[in-house]
Design a protein. Structure first.
Length: 293
């Protein structure tokens, strides 16, 4: 552990943020598969995805901060309140999207988060996008409209819409963290998880986990939810909100592969075409930004 801390100290802010974001998204990639493999209903899923990460991360924070936990909690101010609210909404919309459209569609919508972050960062943080970024925003938006049109024909529009709302929530959350980079907003994310569990508990028909859910649900909540959301909350303190969300491209690419390999859920041709345009556009944009810097 001490060696890891020393190594992190020797890294630049760019390297720290990139490493944290990469590890977070790597653990998130099988999340959609676990959601598909589980037999639990939507509200039960939301309850456990809120309650288990809440207790796991809260325990870690209490051990880390000890007596200073409540001081850190109340020092977050208005940023913490808004982040907790946005974080809880995003968690809910993600599950609704996954269960109402193809996994690939949801993840392609989420891939738009970097471009949305760039727009919001320009409006609220005065980190104005350059011409290349605006071009990427226009192209990704057009590709998303193309996917939406296809989904309307297949009856998946509702799920795709909530996927886009999830992307917007991720973008807003990243901008909030970026604007409060000197504050630790992980406790706010913990409160957000508690809000999800409280919201869902009234609608849960049964809390019983049967068969493979006994393993799948806790594993998903810890590995794909608890650990990643801590890292994603910390990463924007070191790199821009748009850069953090760029790493979600990994989930867009790898997530549908997991689902295809295990349950043979294949995306439509239009999703593949539109998704490829979005991923390629953001990848080229990222490469040009790194090259220029």
């Amino acid at each position: 552990m001490r060696l890891k801390i020393i190594l992190m100290k020797n890294l630049s802010d760019q390297q720290k943020g990139s490493l944290l974001a990469f590890i977070a998204v790597f653990f998130i990639t099988p999340d959609s598969l676990f959601v598909r493999l589980s037999n639990i209903d939507t509200w039960g899923m939301l309850f456990y995805r809120g309650a288990i990460p809440f207790f796991v991360v809260l325990t870690g924070l209490l051990i880390f901060y000890k007596k200073n936990f409540f001081k850190v909690l109340f020092s977050m101010g208005i940023h913490g309140i808004f982040y907790a609210l946005i974080f809880s909404i995003t968690n809910i919309t993600f599950i609704i999207s996954i269960q109402n459209t193809n996994v690939a569609n949801t993840l392609v919508m989420i891939a738009m988060a970097p471009m949305l972050s760039a727009v919001l960062g320009g409006i609220f943080l005065k980190e104005m996008p350059d011409k290349k970024t605006w071009a990427a925003i226009i192209i990704t938006f057009a590709a998303a409209v193309y996917i939406f049109y296809d989904s309307m024909q297949l009856g998946n529009f509702f799920g795709d819409l909530f996927g886009l709302i999830t992307a917007l929530g991720l973008a807003i959350g990243a901008v909030i963290v970026r604007s409060a980079k000197n504050k630790d907003l992980v406790p706010a994310a913990v409160i957000g998880k508690l809000m999800v569990a409280i919201f869902a508990v009234s609608f849960v028909e049964s809390f019983e986990l049967i068969e493979t859910d006994i393993i799948i649900v806790p594993l998903m909540c810890v590995m794909c939810v608890a650990l990643p959301f801590v890292l994603v909350t910390i990463a924007p303190r070191f790199i821009s909100a748009a850069e953090v969300n760029l790493f979600f491209l990994l989930e867009t690419i790898i997530g549908p592969v997991w689902v295809w390999l295990f349950i043979n859920e294949q995306p439509t041709l239009e999703t593949i075409q539109g998704g490829s345009i979005i991923i390629l556009t953001i990848a080229i944009h990222s490469f040009l930004k790194i090259k220029n810097s």
